[in-house]
Design a protein around this ligand. Structure first.
Ligand SMILES: Nc1ncnc2c1ncn2[C@@H]1O[C@H](COP(=O)(O)OP(=O)(O)OP(=O)(O)O)[C@@H](O)[C@H]1O
Ligand SMILES: [Mg+2]
Length: 382
């Protein structure tokens, strides 16, 4: 009996590898190519449990005035070296895009089949895309079918990314020896993590996500697991550093250090202490950061107002922060008092029974997008 079972298991195993040979492996390496750091995550199932097989946080160590080509070469080299050093055999990779070369639109198209829409996508999409249609790569995802004004329509997410951005990302992955099989959008990758973490019964109101990176902040609003608003805002970690450079008259490295050391002062006692000690540095940094955050809060208000105006009985129940800048000291507290909503910092590995023990806790918020990408399955999107 035992022998028979072992035999069947063996057969299943070879069947699995045969399937993998035809349709490709199930898993992908998540590679989030940021302007500050490349984040890598590989998550696989073993014995019914998901494990982080590999993680990587590779800071882009270029001079601030390095050309885009130099940055690209450095990124390729460090990614390739990392994969070799870790002995990663899996080649299939997922990456994602954001910023001003990517547009996400929610569009109601006349009802078509998926292949009909694929065939006519360029002409259907053109009115909604503010770029030259010949310069973009288009993708779509049908959300659901509705009837509007007596006509059958389908709500669709339309994604347009400038071809040169897509080509540059593909060059990086291929240069590092990987095979890109999924190109996603940063906010949608995060949504994947949220799906693993959210407790639907405990939730009232929508969740607003702020993935605050170095050059860009990805803002999205999710209601019952469906993204309702996606926008990129160009107030982020680099804006804070630049502001500190200007107001405290320091160079980029010093400003980065001051930002990380002091953060923003929120409670009165802390402010009193800084005043009593004559800590002008901490007070100056805090004031500068607070002014930048004020602009970010204004952008959040704009998106929330838009979301609330789109339907009845809508509310924002909570804000979740991710990205490297989510680690800014007191940021969650400060945003919570400004926006009057509970604010927490994302723990992207929290859904795993065994989160990676060797990952420094201060790096975890930056892994939101990479973990979301690692949870995709080979060729399941775009
Ligand atoms: N302790 C800290 N306090 C404040 N900011 C921090 C801290 N640690 C990291 N940061 C900031 O986080 C940012 C990097 O975050 P992240 O890795 O998410 O960016 P990225 O994905 O590379 O950038 P982007 O997606 O915008 O191109 C930098 O601006 C960095 O200064
Ligand atoms: Mg990023």
């Amino acid at each position: 009996m035992g022998d028979k079972l072992a035999d069947i298991k063996e057969k299943l195993k070879s069947l699995k590898s045969l399937t993998a040979a035809f349709v490709g492996p199930k898993y992908v390496i998540g590679v989030d190519i940021g302007s500050y750091a490349v984040k890598i995550a590989l998550i696989q199932e073993e014995g019914g449990t998901l494990f982080v097989k590999t993680w990587g946080h590779l800071p882009v160590a270029c001079k601030p005035d390095a050309s885009p080509e130099e940055k690209k070469t450095q990124t390729v080299n460090m990614l390739r070296a990392f994969l070799i050093e870790r002995g990663i055999k899996l080649k299939e990779a997922a990456t994602s895009l954001s910023g001003n070369s990517v547009i996400v639109r929610y569009v109601k198209f006349p009802r078509l089949t998926k292949s009909e829409l694929s065939a006519t996508l360029t002409s259907e999409a053109e009115p909604f895309i503010p770029f030259d249609i010949n310069e973009v790569q288009l993708g779509f995802h049908i959300l659901n079918e509705i009837v509007e004004d007596g006509m059958k329509k389908m709500e669709t997410v339309l994604v347009a990314a400038k071809k040169d951005l897509v080509a540059s990302r593909l060059d990086i992955l291929q240069g590092a020896g990987l095979v890109p099989t999924i190109i996603d959008v940063d906010s949608f990758a995060l949504e994947n993590v949220y799906e693993k973490l959210r407790e639907p019964k405990a939730e009232t109101g929508a969740t607003l996500y702020l993935n605050i990176g170095h050059m860009v902040t990805n803002l999205s609003i999710l209601e019952n697991g469906v993204t309702r608003v996606v926008r990129d805002v160009f107030i982020s970690g680099n804006t804070l550093t630049k502001s500190i450079m200007k107001s405290l008259q320091v160079d980029a490295a010093k400003a980065e250090e001051l930002k990380k050391t002091h953060g923003v002062i929120v409670d009165a006692a802390e402010k009193e202490k800084a005043l009593a000690e004559g800590n002008r540095e901490a007070l100056g940094v805090s004031q500068t950061i607070a002014a930048v955050i004020k602009d970010l809060v204004a952008e959040v208000h704009r998106s929330v107002d838009f979301y609330l105006s789109q339907g009845p009985e809508r509310s924002i129940g909570r804000i979740v922060l991710s990205g490297g800048s989510a680690r800014l000291k007191n940021l969650a507290k400060h945003l919570s008092s400004e926006l009057k909503v509970p604010v927490s910092v994302l723990e992207p590995f929290a859904f795993l029974k065994n989160p990676p023990a060797d990952l420094p806790p201060e790096l975890t918020p930056a892994f939101g997008v990479a973990v979301g990408l690692a949870l995709r399955h080979n060729k399941d999107w775009l």
